[in-house]
Design a protein around this ligand. Sequence first.
Ligand SMILES: [Zn+2]
Length: 222
Amino acid sequence: MKKSNDIKVFISNRDSICDECGEELGRRAWITLERDKGALCLTCADLDHLIFLPPGDAALTRRSRKHSTLVAVVLKWARARKRYERQGLLVESQALGQAEQECLADSEIRARRREREVERRAELDEQYVKHFAERVRECFPGCPHEREKEIAEHACLKYSGRVGRSAAAKSLDEEAVRLAVIAHIRHAKTNYDELLAMGYERREARDQVNAKVGDILTNWET
Ligand SMILES: [Zn+2]
């Protein structure tokens, strides 16, 4: 079941800046390294929809991996041992959900799942989500019913972790709303994630799905 070309995510051990969006990511940022580029934040790398799964439960890990189109291995430099060590995986939330379902007999997992849901809720700023969802609906009236909430929640989680430059306020402008919708369409309506999982460079993968994304975007705009 092991995919040979897992994407690698590194936990940085110094102050990092994303080479694409220029965001200051602070210390211990989670980044990817791309050919011809330096560090990329997980948002720019299109991996910020994945959920961290710590090690410790072999069955849960195995099942999550099996159900997830995209899997990233999280690595951290261990100074004492002078090598990268695995910290766990990033998997799709619906894959983790399905894996948890299959492991439900285990009460420990039930407890962990509740905890995760509580944490997620705590991070969501209800006002922000509502406002962002309204902006999505305004700009994309053809977007499927309730879909604007899903997009808004994701945007909210993304900006809640960001520091400085009033990131949240900035995120409500039209261009940011458009980018959030495009990211959603890529993940939800095209085989973009599969292409990444197959080892495609991000640019190539985007080129492959661009036309389809454009079509759907046009549909939603009216
Ligand atoms: Zn970035």
